[in-house]
Design a protein around this ligand. Structure first.
Ligand code: XIL
Length: 297
């Protein structure tokens, strides 16, 4: 293929980008998005603070702009994210115990239910494990409602949208390490006990090196019977940027259950990072990293 999306599709995968609703009025941005990508995810617009700014009051306007753009062009949509310790509305940040648990599960049911039938994969829970060698859960208001909050969220998401693939998503899980092994053990346990989980997302916010066991790590999760997805790929600028993009792409293609790659923005000027980590430069031109990625597909 001559674009990321068509080339990935030839390999049975999608190639997506994180989209910000306000960028949909930038014609250069939209031209690149429509030409290159066949999947989108909302960069911020489906998060808890955006979708339930007051308890029980749901606002989907900006998220709908992204979903409608995708649907009208035949792009699939990843949902990001139902529960996360960050970007919670103020009212939830101030809750605890069973009141927070009930509010969180209601949020999952209402947002997943609102988009029932429209979401390819949901990041049901994002970043619930701590960094470092302990393999522990991250401390958060959600975690303090009880260790079973993650499985409760997955069960609620399945009930609300039975057709969506349900993912756990995290960062610093890109190689075999204590954090990724803790996630692995949770997924293995969920599969053994029938908790509905279908996929694991590897954010892959990368620096100047790619873990040597990146592909092996994807494969060990796939061997648990879940799909794996690269969900938020961006790579520090520098001599290794193109090589790392190509390495991630080849790793995904080498793992049968790696179903797609999403980059976390379109142009460097759209990125949440300041180190020019994306595939298109600030003028919308293809970078060496783009060519390396397309060649690897
Ligand atoms: C980031 C967005 O890109 C920023 O615009 C926002 O200010 C903060 O969140 N991991 C995630 C994403 O799962 O939701 C984060 O997105 C980047 C890190």
């Amino acid at each position: 293929g001559t674009t990321l999306g068509t080339s990935a599709a030839e390999k049975g995968r999608y190639f997506g980008a994180a989209v910000a609703a306000q960028r949909l009025s930038d014609s250069q941005y939209v031209t690149i998005l429509n030409r290159e990508f066949n999947s989108v995810v909302a960069e911020n617009e489906m998060k808890w603070d955006a979708t339930e700014p007051q308890q029980g009051v749901f606002t989907f306007g900006n998220a709908d702009r992204i979903v409608n753009h995708a649907q009208s062009r035949g792009m699939s949509v990843r949902g990001h994210t139902l529960l996360w310790h960050a970007q919670q509305p103020g009212w939830a940040q101030n809750m605890s115990g069973s009141a927070l648990r009930n509010a969180a599960i209601n949020h999952v049911s209402r947002v997943a239910g609102n988009y029932r039938g429209k979401i390819h994969s949901w990041d049901v829970v994002n970043e619930a494990f701590a960094d470092g060698g302990g393999g522990a859960r991250r401390d958060s208001n959600l975690q303090r409602t009880g260790n079973d909050w993650i499985e409760a969220a997955f069960r609620a998401a399945r009930a609300a949208d039975p057709g969506a693939k349900l993912c756990y998503n995290d960062y610093n899980t890109d190689g075999v390490n204590a954090k990724s092994t803790a996630v692995y053990n949770m997924v293995r346990d969920f599969r053994a006990r029938g908790v509905p989980i279908d996929c694991v997302g590897f954010q892959s916010h990368l620096g100047t090196t790619l873990p040597g066991d990146y592909q092996a790590n994807l494969q060990r999760f796939a061997d648990l019977g879940v799909d794996v997805q690269i969900t938020e790929l961006d790579v520090a600028q520098g001599g290794s940027q193109a090589t790392i993009y190509a390495g991630v792409t080849r790793a995904c293609l080498a793992v049968a259950r790696c179903t797609g790659i999403t980059v976390w923005g379109v142009r460097d000027s759209d990125s949440w990072r300041s180190d020019n980590p994306l595939l298109f430069d600030r003028s919308g031109n293809k970078k060496a990293a783009y060519t390396a990625t397309l060649d690897a597909l």
